[in-house]
Every structure is written in structure tokens, then in C-alpha cells.
Write a protein that binds this ligand. Structure first.
Ligand SMILES: Nc1nc2c(ncn2[C@@H]2O[C@H](COP(=O)(O)OP(=O)(O)OP(=O)(O)O)[C@@H](O)[C@H]2O)c(=O)[nH]1
Ligand SMILES: Nc1nc2c(ncn2[C@@H]2O[C@H](COP(=O)(O)OP(=O)(O)OP(=O)(O)O)[C@@H](O)[C@H]2O)c(=O)[nH]1
Ligand SMILES: [Mg+2]
Ligand SMILES: [Mg+2]
Lengths: 277, 292
């Protein structure tokens, strides 16, 4: 896409393909290119080199701006982390806990995945790395009971932040989504203003299935934000554009690696730049 | 799904009189959108549409009373052919042990699949040995050990301070001493663009010469499936693919992309979190999922 080329259908098709390649999804890509055509007309743009910049601007507008801060006024601030299997929930919790600890906060973790082999061990190792406690029961225990205990513990210890890990689950498994709803009932019974944040962890390599995941998790859990993980790979995570415009769920963090510092606050500018690389 | 869409498209087109090649183009656009929505890689879609169009502009379609049905049949045939037959066999070596190595991105389902494979092969009368080759992820070794305990299948480990090449070599010696005829090596998840870690896999391969290098991929993988599969295949030479988490509502177009770019058979489908949730891969089922 170089300056001096004529702005024609072929150019718009090229841009549409770029978006599709980034997992934006064919319908969202078509809509974006239509908005681009409108903008080009309205602003009387003649230079083809300008096209990409306008498209970046349109995408950045959709991704929003002020919704990226976590709501941490309450004490304890209760954060629940949900998502499908293997997305990066447990690792993200370790990184997030570390960020809060670095800010001088008192952090407590809850080992809400009582199902998967060595899930509790995995979170405990992260707790050790960060220097914060983990509330846990034995494997096979009722996750709602672990959550209940962790809420009592957070109150008793006057923790600033409580982060609750949950088992990975496919959004189409009704019984597992019911289990998740039960966890949320326990939370709101014990602390009517909680949870403060429900973070849906989404793997950046995921294609259009991320839309279905977001819809069903939002229905069951009231998702307040997305953590887009594994952006250190070659996938662009473009599906979050459709998720923001259709479901109004903002991306709040991105995961860019497996180490403790590899969690960054979401930047729409960085996101759109990377989208077109 | 696509069948209804094509029917509507042709209904509108036939209303204008005899069908021609331009009308087929309109139908091809429907097919393209359906495949892209199903996460098939856009380059794979381009090649696929070319093939389908060649067959769809014949008189058989243009003069048919039900052109939509003809096109759907062509698409289905081409999809099923591209996805390959059901080849869910592990190639057992005449000189045991048969060595299987599982590779793939972070979180794809390798460790769980290692357990499932061991379970399956043991039911077929084999004596598998699981090998804890992930020395990076917190509690990865413990995870495999828990699975091994649940299955009463031995897990070989040298802890997480030993390098995976030595672990693999040690496992081979152990297998020979204890008469394990299958060795299943679980490896750490890694990015295809991580030079150092891809080289580590190369080194494990050179040390123990796996008979089967199986690429494990999440069925929800989108456009990047082509990059990922191609990189793993070029670096290691994969022998087959296992697609996991097909028990959800993902259309699974990434599977088509992987098959198209590597030419290697998709051998198994992961259909759940339990250790018996591994099925032979059925191309016709994925084809109908992709078509919606
Ligand atoms: N490269 C990369 N790997 C990541 C990132 N986040 C997590 N991972 C890796 O992804 C894999 C899965 O991470 P987990 O934290 O176990 O994922 P999970 O969602 O808790 O998984 P389940 O509890 O089994 O559903 C691990 O190997 C992590 O190290 C990331 O941002 N980049
Ligand atoms: N629903 C479903 N979940 C699966 C399937 N296969 C694996 N999982 C789950 O996916 C998550 C990740 O599985 P792992 O076996 O830890 O994945 P991995 O590839 O070994 O992960 P890394 O070692 O971190 O790269 C776990 O929660 C598994 O239970 C499957 O076929 N269906
Ligand atoms: Mg986890
Ligand atoms: Mg693993």
C-alpha cells in the first residue's frame, strides 16, 4: 500500500484482506472498509497513503479510551478471572498479582480451579513468586466453597485485592457455566458490591469463536474486561474489534509472554499499529 | 448454513433467466464468506474457491433445476477430499519402543492429550511410558504425574533442572529396561517464532528420533493456523496433527488450513477434558461444521 497509488476497489479489497488476515472477521472487515470509503468521500482524500491511517483511526475509535483502568476503590477489590481452557488465566493472575504487589498492594489469591490436574500447585508457585498467599482447598472440592473462604479471608486480612482463579471451561458446557453462576451468587451474597472486575481471558490465536465465547461468558458472568494473551506470537487478535463494537466489552490488558512482567495495559494505538504490521 | 444461503442466491439469480458464469461468481462469494467465518485461512480459501469454481461452471450446474444443491455437493466433496481420510493410527515401529513427541503452542492441550494417547494405546495392549519433557511451566511435571497416577501409567521425569534432551534420552533407556513399547514425550508449549525453543525441539528430535511428531492445535485457532503449522512443519517435519477442544462450538476451519499447508493427516480429535476424550478424526464431520 504505497502513496501515489490510485484509490480504487483493488486497494479497498487489499485492506479488507489485511483485516481478515488479522482475525477481524469478514463481516466486521466489510463494515470497516465501508466506513473507510465514507470517510474518504467526506474528507475528500486523494492520497492512497492516507487510507491506512484513516483505517487505523477508525479501529482505534472503536477500541475506546478510558475504560482500561481496573476499578479498585473497594477493599477488598474482588477480581474474578474466567475463560476457556488454556487461554492463560492462571498465568495472567500471577502477572496481575505481581503488578499490584509492585504498587504496594496487599494481594490474596483464590485457587478456584479444583478440577484440573495440578491447577492448585500451579497457582501456588505463582503465589510464591509474587509473595502473596493462596487460599485453597483439596483437589475436587467445591469451587464455590473455596471462593467463599477466600472472601472471608480477604476481609479478615484486610487484603486490598482478591483475585479468584477459575477452571477453564468451554462456554457451551451448560453445567460448567451453571457452576460459574453459582460462584457469582456466592460472591454477591457475601459482598453485594462484588465482584469489582470480571476479566475474560482470550487467546490471541483464537478466531471467530471468540465472539461466541464473549457472548456466553458475558451472559453468565457479567464480563467487565478482556485480557488478550499470547500477543507475543504472530496472531493479531483482531476479533476483539467486533467484540468491542457488538458487545461493548473493552480489552484492558494484553499478555506478551510467559514471565511475571509480561502483562501490559491495553493501548489502542499500539494495537492498531500491530494490526497492520 | 451455507446450503440455505446458496439456495437463496440461486433463487434470485434464476429469477433473471438462464444461469451464467457470472452467477456462479456470486455463489462463490457466498462460499468464501462461509469459509472465512469458519476460520479457514484466507489464502487457503482463495485456492479452494478456484478449484470449486472450475467444477461449478460446468453445464451440470448451469442447467440444473437445483444449482444450489450441486454447488454444495461440489464444496462438500472438495472439503472432504482436502481434509483427507480417517487415518487415526499411530505408526507402530517394528523396532520398539515407538517414540511419539507432542509439540505445539502454549495451552493447546499437549499434556492432557499425552495422557489420552497413553490411555488409548494401553487399551490397545501397549505398555506406554509418559515423559515429562516440560521443564518450564509451573507444576507441568506434577500435572503429567497426576494424569499418570489416574491412569496407572508410569511417568518418567528428571525434574525441572535437567534439559529436555537428557530427559528424552533417559526415557529411552528407561523404556528399554522396563519394556515400554511406546514412549510419549510431552514438551513445553512454545511459540513457532522462538528460535531457541524451536531449536530445543530439534535437539530432542535428533537425540531420540521420534517415529511420530504430532502437532497439537486448538480447534479455535484462526487465521494464524497456517503460520504456526507451517513453521512447526518446516522446522521439525511433523507426521500428523491432533486437533483439540472440538467439543465446543468452534467451526474448526483452522483444521482445514493446517491440512492444506502441511499435507499431513489429522489423526485425532480431542473431545473433552477427560482422559478418554480422544476420538479418530472424521473429515466429514469437520466438513459439515465448516459449512454450518
Ligand atoms: N507466549 C505466551 N504464553 C502465555 C501467555 N499467557 C499464558 N501463556 C502460556 O499459556 C499456557 C496456558 O496458561 P495457563 O495460565 O495455564 O492457562 P489457563 O487458562 O489457566 O488454563 P486452564 O486453567 O487449563 O484453563 C502456559 O504455558 C502459559 O505459560 C502469553 O501472554 N504469552
Ligand atoms: N474441553 C476440552 N478441553 C481440553 C481438551 N484438551 C485439553 N483441554 C484442556 O485445555 C487446557 C490446557 O491443556 P494442557 O494439556 O495443559 O495444554 P498444554 O498444551 O500442555 O499447555 P502448555 O504445556 O502450557 O503448553 C486444560 O484445561 C485441559 O483440560 C479438549 O479436547 N477439550
Ligand atoms: Mg488455569
Ligand atoms: Mg503442557
Amino acid at each position: 500500500l504505497v502513496s501515489g497509488k490510485k484509490i480504487d476497489d483493488e486497494l479497498y479489497e487489499e485492506l479488507e484482506e489485511l483485516l481478515i488476515q488479522a482475525d477481524v472477521g469478514v463481516n466486521t472487515a466489510i463494515e470497516l472498509v465501508e466506513d473507510l470509503r465514507k470517510a474518504v468521500k467526506e474528507r475528500k482524500i486523494e492520497d492512497s497513503g492516507e487510507l491506512k491511517n484513516v483505517l487505523k483511526e477508525l479501529v482505534a475509535d472503536i477500541m475506546g479510551s478510558e475504560e482500561f483502568k481496573l476499578k479498585t476503590v473497594n477493599k477488598p477489590t474482588v477480581i474474578v478471572v474466567v475463560g476457556v481452557n488454556g487461554a492463560g488465566k492462571t498465568t495472567t493472575i500471577g502477572k496481575l498479582a505481581n503488578n499490584f504487589k509492585q504498587d504496594g498492594k496487599n494481594v490474596l489469591l483464590a485457587a478456584g480451579d479444583t478440577f484440573r490436574a495440578a491447577a492448585i500447585d500451579q497457582l501456588e508457585i505463582w503465589g510464591n513468586r509474587v509473595g502473596c498467599d493462596v487460599i485453597k482447598h483439596q483437589e475436587g472440592a467445591d469451587p464455590a466453597a473455596v471462593v467463599y473462604d477466600s472472601l472471608q479471608a480477604a476481609k479478615a486480612r484486610e487484603s486490598d485485592i482478591l483475585i479468584i482463579d477459575t477452571a477453564g471451561r468451554l462456554h457451551t458446557k451448560v453445567n460448567l457455566m451453571e457452576e460459574l453462576k453459582k460462584i457469582f451468587r456466592v460472591i454477591s451474597r457475601e459482598m453485594p458490591d462484588a465482584p469489582d472486575e470480571v476479566l475474560l481471558v482470550l487467546d490471541a490465536t483464537t478466531g471467530q469463536n471468540a465472539i461466541s465465547q464473549s457472548k456466553l461468558f458475558a451472559q453468565a458472568a457479567g464480563v467487565t474486561g478482556i485480557v488478550l494473551t499470547k500477543l507475543d506470537g504472530t496472531a493479531k487478535g483482531g476479533v476483539v474489534i467486533g467484540i468491542k463494537s457488538e458487545l461493548n466489552i473493552p480489552v484492558k490488558f494484553i499478555g506478551v509472554g510467559e514471565q511475571i512482567d509480561d502483562l501490559k495495559e491495553f493501548s489502542p494505538q499500539d494495537f492498531v499499529e500491530a494490526l497492520f504490521e | 448454513g451455507l446450503a440455505e444461503k446458496l439456495q437463496n442466491t440461486f433463487q434470485k439469480l434464476k429469477g433473471k433467466g438462464k444461469l451464467n458464469e457470472a452467477d456462479v461468481d456470486q455463489a462463490m462469494r457466498d462460499v468464501r464468506v462461509a469459509l472465512l467465518e469458519a476460520d479457514v485461512n484466507f489464502k487457503v480459501v482463495k485456492d479452494f474457491i478456484k478449484k470449486v469454481k472450475e467444477r461449478a461452471v460446468g453445464q451440470e450446474v448451469l442447467q440444473s433445476l437445483t444449482p444450489g444443491q450441486h454447488v454444495i455437493k461440489i464444496v462438500n466433496d472438495e472439503l472432504t477430499e482436502l481434509l483427507g481420510g480417517t487415518q487415526s493410527k499411530i505408526n507402530i515401529s517394528s523396532k520398539p519402543p515407538t517414540v511419539i513427541m507432542l509439540v505445539g503452542l502454549q495451552g493447546a492441550g499437549k499434556t492432557t492429550t499425552a495422557g489420552k494417547l497413553a490411555n488409548l494405546l494401553r487399551k490397545q495392549g501397549r505398555r506406554p511410558l509418559l515423559v515429562a519433557g516440560d521443564v518450564y511451566r509451573p507444576a507441568a511435571i506434577k500435572q503429567l504425574q497426576v494424569l499418570g497416577d489416574q491412569l496407572s501409567i508410569p511417568v518418567y521425569t528428571l525434574g525441572d533442572k535437567t534439559n529436555p534432551v537428557d530427559i528424552a534420552k533417559g526415557a529411552m533407556e528407561h523404556a528399554r529396561s522396563y519394556n515400554n513399547d511406546i514412549v510419549i514425550i510431552d514438551t513445553a508449549g512454545r511459540l513457532h517464532i522462538n528460535e531457541e525453543l524451536m531449536e530445543e525441539l530439534q535437539n530432542v528430535k535428533n537425540a531420540v528420533h521420534p517415529h511420530e511428531i504430532l502437532f497439537v492445535m486448538d480447534a479455535t485457532t484462526g487465521q494464524d493456523a497456517v503460520n504456526i503449522a507451517q513453521s512447526f512443519h518446516e522446522r521439525l517435519g511433523i507426521d500428523g496433527v491432533i486437533i483439540t477442544k472440538l467439543d465446543g462450538d468452534t467451526r474448526g476451519g483452522g483444521a482445514l488450513s493446517v491440512k492444506a499447508v502441511t499435507g499431513k493427516p489429522i489423526k485425532f480429535a480431542g473431545m473433552g477434558e477427560k482422559l478418554d476424550a480422544l476420538e479418530p478424526f472424521h473429515p466429514d464431520r469437520i466438513a459439515s461444521r465448516i459449512l454450518g
